[in-house]
Design a binder for this molecule. Structure first.
Ligand SMILES: Cc1cc2nc3c(=O)[nH]c(=O)nc-3n(C[C@H](O)[C@H](O)[C@H](O)COP(=O)(O)O)c2cc1C
Length: 196
């Protein structure tokens, strides 16, 4: 991921993280969603686990607090239904209610925000999260997984929904797509011979 102003943003991040790094390391890894005293929060949404792996590694490496973003009403389990629902929510601008919010986001200096790309942008629940939490003055570090088509419009969504935050260069990675796994399994099942 490349963004203008990379160097200045990177030094801003290093400044923001310098103190938490020196005090945060050695702290036991944070549990699910409770605030444990770190100045770094890792908030993430994951459907199939790819983004969750990265979230937990950031938590471990930085001694950060971890918060899993979830919708109040579960998304469909079926992949095709989920694709349709994601498109509807993207096109309508709907922000699904959250199952929970971060109890006190005020003291965090940096928020690592992780999500998969859905329909070439951030899932609607990420807009919900940004609308419900004031990130003004905080460093916002995205980490994004996608199925091979890149980060799409997602950075514009972050900039638009967290106008007071300092968006710095993040991390993005191509990961396995549920769609491909489903197709492979379906092809395999077509070859399985069940007799007797
Ligand atoms: C509803 C839906 C829409 C998706 N849309 C895209 C897309 O537009 N571009 C892309 O590269 N990958 C897309 N993917 C693939 C995911 O971004 C990718 O598999 C991601 O790593 C999943 O992360 P997770 O395991 O944390 O949920 C989509 C997946 C789903 C379920």
């Amino acid at each position: 991921m490349r963004q203008p102003g990379l160097l200045s943003r990177r030094s801003a991040l290093m400044t923001a993280l310098a103190a938490p790094l020196s005090t945060g390391l050695g702290r036991p890894a944070g549990a699910a969603s409770a605030r444990r005293g770190s100045e770094i929060l890792v908030a993430y949404y994951t459907r199939t686990g790819n983004t969750g792996i990265i979230a937990r590694q950031i938590r471990r490496a930085l001694g950060a607090d971890l918060f899993e973003i979830r919708t109040a009403d579960p998304y469909p389990e079926d992949y095709e239904e989920q694709v349709a629902e994601a498109q509807r929510q993207r096109d309508s601008g709907f922000e699904p209610p959250l199952a929970a919010t971060v109890p006190d986001i005020g003291p965090y200096r940096a928020v690592f925000l992780g999500f998969p790309i859905w329909g070439m942008t951030a899932p609607a629940v990420i807009r919900s999260f940004l609308s419900r939490h004031d990130l003004s003055g905080k460093t916002l570090v995205p980490f994004i997984t996608h199925g091979g088509y890149g980060v799409g419009q997602s950075l514009d969504v972050l900039a638009g929904h967290a106008p007071g935050g300092r968006l710095v260069e993040g991390f993005s990675k191509r990961c396995d797509q549920e769609r491909e796994t489903l197709a492979e399994v379906t092809r395999w099942l077509g070859r399985v011979e069940i007799s007797g």
